[in-house]
Write a protein of this length. Structure first.
Length: 154
């Protein structure tokens, strides 16, 4: 039981460190591309998001969730991207809901909505990564993807 708590603490702390580092990478790269290199805002955001998401995937695969089953880089990265896309749309939806139907245009209110969407998105991503991207050894998904684990289950 004690080992389980240690593993969870390692996983959560590594998840947080990777997330914070990638947040700053995204913001810094966007600033570099848009403000200093003259890249268009949308292109700069797309590139900064793709780079930070890829770095996050590598950090999570090889550090945060390194103790979990491997189900293939291609499958994991696609699932990782889909989950990030869903949480991005959710965050945009929350901010849009507060801004337009609720009619709030104050910077403080919108920033609170933004922060709330980040917290919600982070929780969703953590549990989704554990469940679908980096499943536990012995889970049905891990056995399906790894013939060695499938043989052990028999």
């Amino acid at each position: 039981m004690r080992q389980g708590w240690r593993l969870l603490l390692k996983e959560l702390s590594a998840f947080g460190v990777v997330g914070v580092a990638c947040f700053f990478l995204d913001v810094g790269l966007f600033q570099l591309l848009y403000a200093h290199m003259g890249t268009g805002a949308v292109t700069a955001k797309l590139l900064s998001t793709l780079v930070s998401m890829t770095v996050a995937y590598v950090g999570h695969r090889y550090w945060s969730f390194s103790h979990r089953a491997r189900t293939g880089v291609r499958r994991e990265y696609v699932m990782f991207a889909v989950i990030n896309g869903v949480t991005l749309v959710l965050g945009l939806g929350i901010v849009a809901l507060v801004r337009y139907p609720l009619g709030q245009d104050g910077a403080l209110v919108l920033q609170a909505a933004n922060l709330g969407s980040i917290v919600l998105g982070t929780l969703i991503r953590y549990f989704a990564y554990r469940r679908w991207v980096f499943p536990a050894h012995g889970s049905a998904l891990a056995r399906e993807r790894d013939p060695v684990l499938a043989d052990d289950a028999i």
